[in-house]
Write a protein that binds this ligand. Sequence first.
Ligand SMILES: *[C@@H]1O[C@H](CO)[C@@H](O)[C@H](O)[C@H]1NC(C)=O
Ligand SMILES: *[C@@H]1O[C@H](CO)[C@@H](O)[C@H](O)[C@H]1NC(C)=O
Length: 219
Amino acid sequence: MRKMNNSGRCLLVILVMIGALKMFNFCGADLTDGFTPVPLTESNFELQKPYDIPLDQCYSFVNGVHYLWVYADDKPHDPSSHTQPRTEIRIKGLDYSSGVWQFEGYGFVPNGTSGATVAQIHGTAHGATTLILRIYDGDMRYYSRDLVATDLYDKWFRLNIIHNVDMGMVTVFIDGVQNFQVKDEGPGDLYFKCGVYAAPTNISYYMESRWRDIKIYKH
Ligand SMILES: *[C@@H]1O[C@H](CO)[C@@H](O)[C@H](O)[C@H]1NC(C)=O
Ligand SMILES: *[C@@H]1O[C@H](CO)[C@@H](O)[C@H](O)[C@H]1NC(C)=O
């Protein structure tokens, strides 16, 4: 057999390296590798909206896209609630108390929507939510604090949220890139939500987000 020349050896080393990287899930491997899709039906999607208006005045579903919007002076979702207005999809009916869970969805926030929570993990041992992702002036923040992503107006972005309930860790990916990680705050009535939910302050009058291809995975 002919001895391998330098460039052949080089190519071999590169191929071995690519193999190793793939094996260890580097190189932007699919975030859902190792996860199992959780079958969802329409009954898993529950809508919360201002209690006094019909659904078609705050929500539509066209060509696979959920459009959710709310105004700053809309009513809360329930007459007895004192929370801010919201139009949100709750993904309910899953036993999400242990294991590793993942939300995946493509989101779109039109320019002008500000001070709106567009995705969250409801439930925690302390307070109401494990994770709040809000848009302020086109940037995404963890509550009103840490910057998660910038410049998101008027474009589709892929959001993946991995909640390792067993390890108590939440990781947020935008377009496949890990942008944020935080410890959770213990167990609760856990479920994922997306849509628009007005923040306490700094809110635009009109708030809208759009979502498509919402999937839940676990392992
Ligand atoms: C959003 O709209 C404002 C006002 O029309 C404009 O100045 C700004 O450039 C827009 N931002 C983006 C990202 O399109
Ligand atoms: C909210 O508005 C105030 C006053 O304009 C500003 O100082 C603050 O940084 C804003 N907060 C966020 C999260 O945008």
